[in-house]
Design a protein around this ligand. Structure first.
Ligand SMILES: [Zn+2]
Length: 378
């Protein structure tokens, strides 16, 4: 067992305490007052445990965001760790409780557990005087659960200065496997304008936006391809006014998922390039690719191999897995920066009422991150 892991095991109680404090400061993405309070808890934890440079990025619409820096480093490229402290839960929506060695509560798994183990990973490195050649920037944002609109530019700016990115997001449920692949996502809105007329008097002089929408949907769904990992979900449709009126307007919201950047470009093109089937209607597709996939590149697999070796030395088997859901890791991976995701603790129930983390191996998960930093910054 490494010195780092022994140290972290000896601090099990305090690691749990750090996590509990973060969870108790509930932080629904859309409540700036509450999220800011949680941000302060995070800031204090960093100052007490690690004590590096703290920069606050003030935000008006969402909680303030934080850039914590550990070490000075002589290498120009930094190691970037990204996380978010907002959760999907309204205040009081699910209870916080400890049971059977697990901590249940809002954001325990997604991803305050990941924030707590990262803080303790840095604390352990500091304790042993490890300041590597690369400085470590721990960037924590406040709007990941609502699309990262207010943090995307910041994340991308930091990623461009980085050699690699670690994302202590929730791991694969139960197994704790890290994520070496995430699908990309596109968000589109299809708008159809028709010509509204009386459905009885002279229906053929009109042009139904709903009929056109139905044809468009059938056409769009033909791009869905399970084998290629491409899925298209028409999530909502609406349109028309009354049964006796030919619909003048209809629209649909579309969610696209894909495996590769090449697919993304092809699909985006196919979706945006629309013409109408029915004379007299007009179609307009809005939106586009929101996040590129986190692809399983050689450099991502290299990071996974390192983690696997570190885990083995601690007596753990560390698996890898993939997710159909996107995270901010997709943003950094989309820029071509090697990104490994799902480094948070073992647990289950992200966005679900049984959300929890397993407390027993928090020290091990913190040690994984600490030693991964150590290896890559010396
Ligand atoms: Zn998350």
């Amino acid at each position: 067992m490494s010195k780092i892991l022994t140290y972290l095991i000896n601090n099990q109680h305090d690691i749990e305490e750090t996590l509990l404090q973060l969870v108790e400061a509930e932080s629904p993405s859309k409540n700036k007052m509450l999220t800011d309070k949680c941000g302060l808890v995070l800031k204090e934890s960093f100052e007490t445990l690690v004590g590096g440079k703290v920069e606050i990025i003030e935000k008006e619409a969402v909680g303030n965001q934080y850039r914590f820096t550990y070490g000075d480093g002589t290498e120009t490229e930094q190691i970037l760790i990204i996380g978010h402290y907002d959760t999907v839960w309204d205040q009081g929506a699910i209870p916080i409780r400890k049971e059977d060695g697990k901590l249940y509560g809002p954001g325990t798994f997604d991803m305050k557990g990941g924030l707590a183990v990262t803080l303790w990973a840095l604390k352990a490195l500091k304790e042993f005087g490890h300041f590597g050649k690369r400085k470590v920037v721990f960037l924590v944002t406040s709007d990941e659960e609502i699309g990262s609109e207010h943090s995307r530019a910041l994340i991308e700016e930091e990623a461009r200065k980085s050699e690699m990115v670690f994302v202590p997001e929730s791991s694969i449920s139960h197994s704790g496997a890290v994520k070496t692949f995430r699908k990309g996502i596109g968000i589109f809105k299809l708008i159809v304008h028709g010509k509204s007329v009386h459905a009885g008097i002279d229906p053929w002089s009109g042009a139904s936006a709903i009929d056109e929408l139905a044809l468009q949907i059938a056409d769009i769904k033909s791009l869905d391809n399970k084998e290629e990992g491409v899925s298209i979900n028409i999530g909502t449709i609406s349109g028309g006014t009354r049964t006796n009126v030919v619909a003048g307007y209809a629209e649909a919201d579309i969610d696209l998922r894909f495996r590769t950047k090449d697919q993304a470009h092809e699909l985006e093109h196919a979706l945006l390039d629309r013409s109408s089937f029915i004379k007299g209607t007009m179609v307009e597709m809005q939106g586009g690719i929101n996040r590129y996939p986190l692809e399983k590149t050689d450099s991502v697999m290299g990071l996974y191999q390192q983690m696997k070796e570190i885990a083995l030395r601690h007596g753990y088997e560390l698996e890898q897995g993939s997710s159909g859901g996107a995270s901010d890791g997709n943003l950094t991976a989309g820029l071509g920066i090697p990104t490994i995701d799902g480094l948070g603790p073992v647990g289950d129930g992200a966005h679900a009422e049984n959300e929890h983390v397993v407390l027993e191996n928090l020290p091990y998960r913190a040690a994984l991150i600490a030693e991964l930093i150590k290896r890559n910054s010396r």
